[in-house]
Design a protein around this ligand. Sequence first.
Ligand code: PLP
Length: 281
Amino acid sequence: MIYLNGKFMPIEEACIPVLDRGFIFGDGIYEVIPAYSRKPFRLPKHLNRLQHSLDGIRLKNPFSNDEWKNLLEQVIAKSDAEDQYLYLHITRGVAKRDHAFPVNVPPTVFIMSNPLLPPPAELLASGASAITAIDNRWIRCDVKAISLLPNVLLRQLAVDVHALETILIRDGFLTEGAASNIFVVKNGVLLAPPKSNLMLPGITYDVVLELAAANKIPHEIREITEAEVRTADEILLTSSTKEIMPIASLDNQPVGQGKPGPLFARLHALYQDYKATNMRG
Ligand code: PLP
């Protein structure tokens, strides 16, 4: 069952008018929240980011955080899987086609849940491959906008060569992946690009940095050059649905030893422990 504008229904019955501004202009934002053992993971952080995205497009939040929590709990309860990922989508509603914001139009609110599967064990063991591309997106990548055409095109470049992700470089510096955040390891130090308008502030990115700090893993938040990405000992990818994954080849060249490295193994184990704590509440 999905939630659409106040009602729960099977997804096959959910319809959006063609004049929805999400359809016409990509005028909306979204959020993806994992739920382990039916408990949303880091919900307050996700709801804060949702608010940031709404503020970024000047759209009023249709619900309070308590109302969101209640709605999400209902969606989770109506789904079969123990581990799920929730997709929340809010657009500026349905109105005659005109770029200007419509007045007094209710937003479209859509929530669905899908089963959340852990990343394939083979990929965690062997490491995934990635390619690089120029980051040609807009300069509000901190807003989780539904207008994802550049991300779609960039990700497809990876799919075309059977790679997992496209790692983005803007003006000679690492930003993030087409749908993930990227960390680099050099000489035992975990390097993370600083949050800015050029990347999505990942919830998993924050967890990884908190785990590094709590476990005295040397880490630095600073600009990372393309050359540092290309000569990294390890490259790590993070997202809510992929958790933390090792990148073992970049543009067909081995990353470090060409297999998952020690910092990946450590952070992956810490992440699994941290998830388990969340499940216990
Ligand atoms: N960057 C982009 C462009 C993304 O689409 C995503 C998530 O899908 C991320 C980073 C990772 O964010 P999170 O860890 O909150 O899932």
